[in-house]
Design a protein around this ligand. Structure first.
Ligand SMILES: C[S@@+](CC[C@H](N)C(=O)[O-])C[C@H]1O[C@@H](n2cnc3c(N)ncnc32)[C@H](O)[C@@H]1O
Length: 215
């Protein structure tokens, strides 16, 4: 799977198809994580979340991981273009399925529109590896697509997902066919859902998960 081919089109495609909706999901709970100092962003893409993270968490060290060299280059360019410092940002070109992050290190993990790229067993493995990279007390911000349980909004979402997966499977070689809910995996690793915003007739969600010593 590679997003290299798509990288330079990603921004305008997002603008045309979703306007600012995805960005609102990405940044929904950033303010609540403002005190975090070691950040791991996985599957960052072209840097739209990264720049807001850089602005909001001025002191933080950020590790930004992506399997697409072009996405990483765009993310770096965006930070520089907006006059922000790349000094405390480490860009890591790696496949998250095989990459091993340092353990017990990060107090903020971010996976925005990333886990939807993977099959269920891969999501389980990824959440396990990233949870081990997180400190005992950590925040996890996650935005993604979802399918409502019932009603017309469910059928609407199923059609949108079908088209989306068809496109991404063709353009990037994605092997996933549907979105896998990560809730159970996160709970298994001690994270508890603190806030969730659902938008666009149930198509999108933005979550803040916390792991604390009190569970
Ligand atoms: C759907 S895009 C989402 C990008 C961005 N996070 C957003 O909010 O729009 C998925 C991103 O994950 C990256 N990615 C996909 N598979 C990956 C993997 N196995 N390891 C690391 N990054 C991966 C892609 O290169 C791409 O940048």
């Amino acid at each position: 799977m590679s997003f290299d081919r798509l990288a330079k089109h990603y921004r305008w495609m997002e603008f045309v198809l979703a306007g600012e909706r995805l960005q609102r999901c990405r940044t929904a709970f950033l303010r609540q994580a403002a005190e975090r100092t070691r950040v791991l962003i996985v599957g960052e893409g072209n840097g739209r979340f990264l720049v807001e993270c850089r602005r909001a968490l001025g002191r933080a060290e950020i590790m930004c991981v992506d399997a697409s060299a072009r996405m990483l280059a765009l993310a770096r360019e965006r930070v520089v273009r907006l006059g922000l410092s790349v000094g405390q940002i480490e860009f890591v070109h790696a496949d998250a399925l095989t990459w091993r992050p340092p353990e017990n290190t990060f107090d903020l993990v971010v996976t925005h529109f990333f886990l939807d790229c993977f099959r269920a067993e891969q999501v389980g493995r990824l959440v396990g590896v990233l949870a081990a990279a997180a400190r005992e007390e950590a925040t996890w911000l996650l935005a993604d697509f979802r399918v409502p349980e019932r009603g017309l909004s469910r059928y609407r979402a199923l059609i949108i997902h079908r088209l989306m997966y068809l496109f991404f499977r063709t353009a990037t070689g994605l092997s996933a066919r549907r979105v896998t809910e990560a809730d159970g995996f996160l709970e298994r690793h001690g994270f508890r859902l603190r806030e969730r915003e659902v938008s666009e007739w149930g198509l999108l969600h933005s979550d803040r998960w916390e792991r604390t010593e009190f569970g």
